[in-house]
Structure formats: C-alpha cells, structure tokens
Design a protein around this ligand. Structure first.
Ligand code: GLV
Ligand code: MN
Ligand code: MN
Length: 417
C-alpha cells in the first residue's frame, strides 16, 4: 500500500464535534448526555456507524465500553488505545469527554486517508460512565477495564443501572460483545484542561504527568419526621440541622486550612421534602480531592468525625458510605516523553501539569503505560454548559494526538516505566 502523510482535516473534525454536541444539546448551548441514557446511546450509534462506514471494526465489552479498531500490520502486537468518554454531566459542556473521543477518531481517519499501515492496531475507546453523575462511581468503564471494579457489583447495587447497561449493549447489535479488559500496549487520552492554567499562560498543550486523588462519600442523617409547628427544640431529631452543621464545619475548616484541598457538596436531598415537616432523612454527597494520598485520607477522617459529631448534637444517626476511592496517580514517563517530543517536533509549546479532575487514564494507567494531553478551555470553565474550546486549540490537540499515535503505534514502543 502506498503511504502518504496522515493529516488532521480541521473541517471534518470541527463538524464532528458539532454533530455530537447536537446529541443531548441543551437550550443554553451545553449537553445533557448522561451515561447509558438514550442520548448516550445515540452518540455511541453515530460513532459506530461512522466507524463501520470507514471499514473499522466495532466492538464493546461487558461494561459497554465501546471500541473501534483499525488493524495494524502485526496482529501479534498489543494495540495502542486512544480515546476518552462520550457521557456528560446533566448540565455539561460539549467538549468534556467527547473531544478526546472525536480527536481519536480523527486520528484513525487520518491514517486511513493516507493509507498508512501502523505496526500495532490502533483502538479508539469511549469509556462508559466517566462522569458518575447518573450512576456512582465515576470511571466505571475504565475501572472495569482494569479490574478495579466489577460490573456485577454495580448491577446488584442499582437495578436502574443494570437495566440501562443492558439496553445500551443491546442498542448496538453490530458491535460484538467481547470480554472486558483486553491487553493494550499504551493509552493516551486527550481532554480539555477544565482549569485556567493553559489559557492564562497562553500554552496550547498540557502534558499531564498525574492526577490528584478523589474520594466520594454519601452521608445520610436519619432523625424523626415531625410537625414543624408543634415540635419543641428538645423533642426534635432534625437531620437537616445535623447536615447544616456538618456542612458548615467542613466548608469552614477543610479548604481554608489547606490550599491544595478541594471539598464539594454537590447533591442534597430531604425526605419527605415538605415545607412544614421536619425531615426524617437528609442525604448529601461529598467530593474530596487532594494530590497527596495521606492528606486526602486525613481529610476523609476529619469529615467523618464532623458528620458523627453533628449527628450526635441533633440526635440523628449518621451513615457514611464510600462511593469512590481514587488514589492520586502518576502517568508513565515513557508516554509523557513521547507527547513532549511530538510537541517539540511540531513546534508547539507545552507545559507539564497535574490534573485536578479525574479521568479514565487514571485507571488504564494501572494496566498499561498511559498519559494525557490537555488543551485550553475558556476561563477554565467546565462541568458547565458554557464550556468552550477554540477551533484552533481543538485542531492543535488533534495534531499532537496524531503525532503521538504515530510514534506509539510503532512495534518498538514498549513503554513500561
Ligand atoms: C470528572 O468528571 C471529575 O469529576 O473529575
Ligand atoms: Mn471528562
Ligand atoms: Mn467531567
């Protein structure tokens, strides 16, 4: 086969980003394409149809991770994996996840257009439920892929998840279901930075050397539902009072004491949720992040103490359940070096950075040398419908990903370490 020079076609890539942004589009210009929803299935179908039209192989695994494969020269070599996710937050942007998946697809198309034969096969992945907004934990697909979590456990825990997973797998009968967790030689994920550093420094590519740790907790205070007007203070077992005290303590103590700590209460619910009933139950989530594993564990302990103390103060029981426990991770220097080398050879400025957000690469990094590259986003805004990445930065990111894929798909790249 005669081989040309593979090139990113800017118009095709940008059109593809806007085609996918239309799936689950919100009136405010964002995307609501939560994991395993109809919208998520529609996006998977579109990607699969485009892949089949190009002659690529499409398959899924038991976790509904979606793979697209372009064959390499040597079937005995493990494939290079590139990609990200297609699910979004309920009021998400059009780039978080989709951009990395679509840039990866552009890379495959560029290789095909140029008739390039790579030594290794290249596979694109769209991992299932990276966001974790509809079903906990986040990064389910990549956890299952690397053996850090079991689909069966999540199915047993949540019948809605079990039904939606089944429906999503069935919605793509063209894609054979293969066992979860096949061997790959390396993984590279392109993503938007979701923070302000690259834009502020006017640097188009971030080379991600690691990801800070995350813990998710679900706290439930149980008290006694009672009449709002007739129940004197001494008789109240008010879980909302307990939650309010616990949350205020966390907000006042954790982040002010440690510049690197992050703590977010993103979801709260009360039962029965009536204006004139002292609630019987209040539940809320806590998202804690820190780059240092010991500091993260210490914050978790402190937060639990605060919840139990607030429960005692208001005569309520505090039940705390861990929903996600992701230790900080370091990416493979062998892969970050290839990204740096590619940027140099394309004369594109870059800087190294640690990711404040978690990503599927954190888990894949446990089974194959992995790393990420970031592109800037406007004002660092993400998990927000206003999320924005310029066309120029999208295309630059895809060009770097293409160069990285060219290098890593060579048979001699073995990358461990
Ligand atoms: C990913 O979506 C994260 O919350 O870091
Ligand atoms: Mn993401
Ligand atoms: Mn996200």
């Amino acid at each position: 086969m005669s081989q040309g020079r593979p090139e990113v076609i800017a118009g095709r890539l940008l059109q593809s980003v806007s085609d996918f942004a239309a799936i689950g589009a919100t009136p405010a210009g964002g995307v609501n394409r939560q994991a395993l929803s109809i919208e998520d299935r529609t996006a998977r179908r579109l990607l699969a149809e485009r892949a089949l039209a190009r002659g690529f192989t499409v398959f899924q695994d038991d976790a509904a991770n979606l793979f697209i494969r372009r064959e390499g020269r040597d079937a005995t070599l493990a494939p290079l994996l590139i990609g990200s996710h297609l699910d979004s937050q309920p009021t998400g942007g059009r780039f978080d996840g989709a951009l990395g998946t679509l840039c990866a697809f552009e890379v495959l198309e560029a290789f095909s257009d140029a008739g390039v034969e790579t030594d290794r096969s290249i596979e694109i992945v769209a991992f299932t439920n990276e966001e974790g907004s509809r079903f906990s934990p986040g990064c389910m697909g990549s956890m299952a892929f690397c053996g850090a979590g079991r689909v069966e456990d999540w199915q047993a825990d949540d019948p809605v998840f079990a039904d939606e997973l089944k429906a999503t797998l069935q919605a793509l009968p063209e894609a054979e279901i293969r066992p979860t967790g096949h061997v790959v030689s390396a993984f590279v994920e392109l993503h938007i930075e979701q923070g302000p550093v690259l834009e502020r420094e006017n640097v188009p590519i971030g080379i991600v050397t690691g990801i800070q740790g995350t813990k998710w907790l679900e706290v439930t205070f149980s008290g006694e539902a009672a009449h709002a007007g007739t129940t004197p203070l001494a008789f109240r077992k008010d879980p909302m009072a307990a939650a309010a005290v616990a949350i205020a303590r966390m907000q006042e103590e954790i982040m002010p004491a440690d510049q690197e700590a992050r703590l977010t209460i993103g979801r709260i619910s009360t039962e029965p949720g009536s204006i004139n009933v002292i609630p019987g139950r209040v539940a809320f989530t806590i998202d804690i992040r820190h780059p240092d594993a010991a500091a993260l564990a210490a914050i978790e302990r402190r937060v639990k103490e605060q919840c139990h103390a607030a429960g005692r103060r208001w005569g309520c029981d505090a039940a705390i359940r861990s929903r996600l426990d992701m230790p900080p991770a370091r990416f493979a220097p062998s892969v970050t070096a290839v990204i740096a080398d590619t940027c140099r050879s394309l004369d594109i400025r870059s800087r190294t950075m640690v990711s404040g957000a978690f990503h599927d690469a954190l888990y894949v990094g446990r089974v194959a040398p992995s790393a990420m590259l970031f592109v800037p986003c406007r004002n660092g805004i993400s998990h927000n419908e206003a999320e924005f990445v310029s066309d120029e930065h999208i295309v630059t990111g895809a060009r770097v990903l293409l160069g990285v894929a060219q290098r890593l798909s060579q048979g001699q790249f073995h990358g461990s370490g």
